[in-house]
Ligand binder design. Structure first.
Ligand code: ADP
Ligand code: NI
Length: 218
């Protein structure tokens, strides 16, 4: 099968799987990350096909979407799908390596090994910051029953994966626990440049948020 057809098939597969998801991993997140990955891949001379395929499939194995069996079951599903498409072993191995290592999970993760992995991770991280990132954060908090903000809930630093996933937090705290760190964690120069404006927007947003929270001083 040619590469273009495979991308079309992967798009259909992922769209069907994630159409209904409201936890921040909906189809439109995948569409944005794929577009960003393609753009960054071009600029960084990475393998565009691998980047696009990995971007399309990157959330299929997420724990939140695999309540039974977790990430491992999710990865097997991706592998089975790639095999059903008669993808070469080399491509399957590259894609699986990327999607099994790229998630944030509190930040305790080793560096991505390949340029393509770096590109896809950057694309996913860019979609977590800026105006879109702000929107996703409040959508996620709402879906998980967290408050917008509570001055009594302290900021958490150096989170373990379990604390990051299960501890009590708020949408505003998430900016400090993850989002404001992402600019400094970008792998490629292209993503670092794109992150700049998005980062500044979040800082501005937080400043205004606290100003409004305090209310006008008389
Ligand atoms: P990934 O695993 O791809 O790094 P997540 O699944 O952790 O990302 O998050 C999906 C989206 O929800 C992201 O935009 C992320 O910033 C946001 N998010 C994750 N955890 C929280 C949280 N505790 N509060 C608010 N938003 C969150
Ligand atoms: Ni993602």
């Amino acid at each position: 099968m040619d590469k273009a057809q495979l991308v079309v098939n992967a798009t259909t597969f992922v769209r069907n799987e994630l159409e209904e998801d409201a936890s921040g991993h909906d189809w439109w997140h995948i569409a944005r990350v794929t577009k960003l990955a393609k753009y960054i891949a071009k600029k960084e001379s990475a393998d565009e096909f691998i980047c696009v395929l990995a971007a399309l499939l990157h959330d299929i194995a997420d724990e939140k979407l695999n309540p039974v069996g977790g990430e491992e079951a999710g990865l097997s599903r991706v592998k089975a799908w790639l095999e059903s498409q008669h993808v070469t072993d080399d491509t399957t191995q590259k894609v699986l390596e990327i999607i099994s290592t790229m998630s944030f999970k509190g930040g305790n993760r080793p560096q991505m090994k390949t340029l393509e992995g770096k590109v896809v991770q950057d694309a996913d991280r860019l979609d977590a910051i800026g105006a879109i990132g702000i929107a996703r954060t409040f959508a996620y908090a709402g879906a998980h029953g967290d408050l917008i903000y509570d001055p009594k809930i302290a900021l958490r630093d150096h989170l373990t994966k379990e604390e990051y996933r299960n501890g009590k937090s708020t949408a505003i705290n998430h900016f400090y626990e993850k989002l404001l760190k992402l600019k400094g964690l970008m792998n490629t120069n292209t993503a670092r440049e794109l992150a700049e404006k998005r980062h500044t927007l979040m800082e501005q947003f937080l400043t205004d948020f606290y100003n409004e929270w305090e209310g006008p001083l008389d």
